[in-house]
Design a protein around this ligand. Structure first.
Ligand SMILES: Cc1ncc(COP(=O)(O)O)c(C=O)c1O
Length: 296
């Protein structure tokens, strides 16, 4: 596979790509992004990712964005140009180009970047043994400031702070709470717990990104007859859970076996967790938008 970048419709190898220094996302974090995976030449859940992106574009009032089908076509063409079988797609949109906060004073033509690359979030052995997680002091943003449901670039400064804290404390991941102290999500993943055979996950109103992998885990559980509850959870719910796992496009699905030095359940990946992971791994290779098939 060759790492390729599509910058505003022009495809080049990664090393040749460059962007304007006054890009508004570079200057102020004023933009949105998506991370998407290609498995076996299928782009997994491409439409839900693009729909979430366009929801964010409406929310942030980014003007003049290219149409949905054109964007989808660019993603497919760039993936095709890279020859990727399995890869990670980073899609970023910024409001435009120009210095100064005021959008009225800049060229409000969105810059659209699609990169076909690779990303591994955690070492492979952690998918077998499970992640040790700590609760971090950085809280998720409140929705009256910047709604965590928007995958905005600027928002990730706090997630990076949370990740640094988890790293310094020797943990595989950091769990972030919301301003009221309820459990929200990890720095780049959603959280699930299992208690008495029921799958529980923070409700979208708790301050989470409504993850597409999260939706897939919910789908798989419901198909298997496992009850799923979206709720407001406290740390007590996680400490006393039978099993836990994290979900995300970059992370995929990974067991979580410890929080704040307390083992979760047996301290090993749980049975329901493993069933969901197995089904997820099968599903990602079978479904998705086929590269080379054009926009449907
Ligand atoms: C903060 C945060 N939460 C959750 C997720 C998982 O979302 P998805 O499954 O759509 O990748 C991500 C990853 O994009 C994320 O950055």
């Amino acid at each position: 596979m060759r790492m390729m970048v599509n910058w505003n419709g022009r495809i080049t190898p990664l090393e040749e790509a460059c962007l304007p220094v006054f890009d508004h996302a570079y200057l102020y974090g004023d933009g949105l992004f998506e991370g998407i995976r290609i498995y076996n030449r299928n782009i997994f859940k491409l439409d839900p990712h693009l729909q979430r992106l366009y929801d964010g574009i409406r929310h942030l009032d980014i003007q003049g964005m290219i149409g949905y089908d054109e964007l989808k076509q660019r993603v497919l063409e760039t993936a095709e140009a890279s020859g990727a079988q399995n890869a990670y797609i980073r899609l970023s949109v910024s409001r435009g180009t120009g210095i100064g906060l005021n959008p009225e004073n800049i060229d409000q033509t969105p810059n659209v970047m699609i990169a076909i690359t690779r990303l591994a979030l955690y070492p492979p052995e952690m998918y077998e043994t499970g992640l040790r997680v700590v609760t971090v002091s950085t809280r998720v943003m409140t929705p009256d400031s910047l709604d965590p449901r928007i995958k905005s670039i600027g928002r990730y400064v706090s997630n990076i702070q949370a990740k640094i804290e988890a790293n310094r404390r020797g943990a595989g991941e950091g769990l972030m709470l919301n301003a009221q102290g309820y459990v929200a999500e990890a720095t780049g993943d959603n959280l699930f717990i299992v208690k008495d055979g029921v799958l529980r996950t923070p409700h979208p109103s708790c301050g989470i990104l409504k993850g597409i992998t999260r939706a897939t885990a919910i789908e798989i559980a419901q198909e298997r007859g496992i009850p799923v509850v979206e709720d407001w959870l406290t740390l007590h719910d996680v400490y006393s859970a039978d099993e836990a796992f994290l979900t995300g496009t970059a992370a995929e699905i990974i067991p979580m076996v410890e929080l704040d030095h307390r083992p979760i359940g047996t301290g090993k990946p749980g049975e329901i967790t493993e069933q969901i992971i197995a089904e997820f791994r099968q599903r990602v290779c079978e479904v998705g938008v086929r590269i080379g098939a054009g926009v449907r």
